[in-house]
Write a new protein. Structure first.
Length: 126
């Protein structure tokens, strides 16, 4: 049970951190360490203001999805694992696009992926 609580907290906090991408891309708030930019991939690709807003919406949707995933741990729906895997994959792509600002997100997603694949082998499932 403790592992479920810890996993849920990790997923929910990771999801809430995605809100930084939303508020930054929509210029709702200024975060000192992260600057608004219309480029991705460490400035290598210009996506413009519209592209930046689309990414902002993606950050928001992934935030909500991680919260859903974290809460779902306690209900063990059959779709939990595949849903969490898909959300983590999208989050990883967003983090790579947001490099270097989202570099810690890459690590956080790798931890989730390892847990998804190793956890069941160690006898854990929500």
């Amino acid at each position: 049970m403790l592992i479920n609580v810890l996993a849920a907290i990790y997923l929910i906090v990771h999801g809430l951190i995605h809100l930084i991408g939303f508020v930054t891309n929509f210029q709702i708030a200024e975060i000192e360490e992260i600057t608004y930019s219309t480029t991705v991939l460490a400035g290598r690709l210009e996506i413009g203001d519209v592209g930046t807003r689309v990414l902002g919406i993606a950050w928001l949707l992934v935030a909500v999805a991680f919260v859903i995933s974290g809460v779902a741990i306690f209900f063990s729906p059959p779709w939990w694992w595949s849903f969490t895997l898909a959300v983590t994959g999208v989050s990883l792509v967003l983090s790579i696009l947001g490099w270097p600002d989202a570099r810690f997100g890459v690590l956080a997603n790798v931890v989730i992926l390892v847990f998804l694949f190793i956890g069941p082998r160690l006898g854990w499932s929500p």
